[in-house]
Design a binder for this molecule. Sequence first.
Ligand code: NAP
Ligand code: ZN
Length: 354
Amino acid sequence: MKTIGYAAYNKESELKPFSFERRQLRENDVSIDIQYCGVCHSDLHQARNDWHGSIYPLVPGHEIVGVVTGVGESVKKYKKGDLVAVGCLVDSCQHCSPCESKEEQFCEEGATQTYNSKDRISGDITYGGYSDKIVVREEFVLKVPDKMELSKVAPILCAGVTTYSPLKEWGVEKGDKVGVVGLGGLGHMAVKLASAMGAEVTVFTTSDSKVEEAKKLGANHVVISKDEDQMKKASKSLDVIIDTVPVAHDLSPYIQTLDIDGTLIIVGAIDNIPSFHSGLLLGGRKRVAASVIGGIEVTQEVLDFCAEHDIYPECEMIDMQEINTAFERMEKGDVKYRFVIDMKSIEKDKEKVQ
Ligand code: NAP
Ligand code: ZN
């Protein structure tokens, strides 16, 4: 199936139109016309090869929503016309212990990522949602709840599940005190989700301009993390912290805001984290943990949770052609709070790459 996308051609290149073929449907495949795709900071990391594994041309995008255009003969769950979504995973072995526990992100054979990963059957490199079509096996396609407004759903597929999963895993409930570090795509979803779970939420931000908005999003307290006095006041106040900062940084100031038995969960930086004194953990039986995306079951669960609680990401719609400016702005923290590509706009490039 002839497909058009936007690809990075090397770590310095801007994203440019790229024409490629999607596979013919296998018996358990669903083909999808992509309507919207969110822009995750991971897309920027991968385009720039920050994690050293990028294969070019690289078509990013793992916050995908669209309409089913066809199904393979054994597909049962979906039919033409259904509104569906695809997140960070498109395949896994389906029989190892993590897969059987619905945690495909930990597949022992290595889960297949939506882009920059090897297809388990053909060996071809997967291309993501910055494109007009995608073909995905049935088990990795999510259902968009009926009443949801499609244009605002995409960021739930990564930013949503990546923050929902640890909130759930650490048992956050009414009255718990949750900190969120960094108010970007992931951070603003963490605030909305934790608030909906009944938690008292504290946002740590480096941006003065986000203080009032953080409160509108549901934060009870906002701390400017560069201000030592404000940090001191927040000392020993939190049960769980979701840290979404995209670069390596000192965890010590945040560990000090944890109460006894509190846990700081890294979901942002994949990097060498600067060392800190173990006394910071000892003096309160504290933990530093980390979490990565979520399995298919919990991804469906967060979609349903958002539908039930009327939670939507704050989306700034862009055309596909604006992606390079969007990347620059995201790098500066200048996005409130997630760019979403309207994929109709890619039509304009079709003639150029025929
Ligand atoms: P984003 O929208 O760019 O938000 C990151 C926020 O962190 C910024 O808005 C900013 O918030 C703060 N920040 C940025 N640079 C900073 C710096 N140098 N020092 C301190 N704070 C800084 O990014 P995102 O899409 O939310 O992604 C965040 C990170 O999570 C990325 O590294 C991404 O790759 C990673 N990620 C991980 C998973 C996973 O499964 N674990 C999944 C998706 C993404 P303030 O202005 O409020 O300070
Ligand atoms: Zn992501």
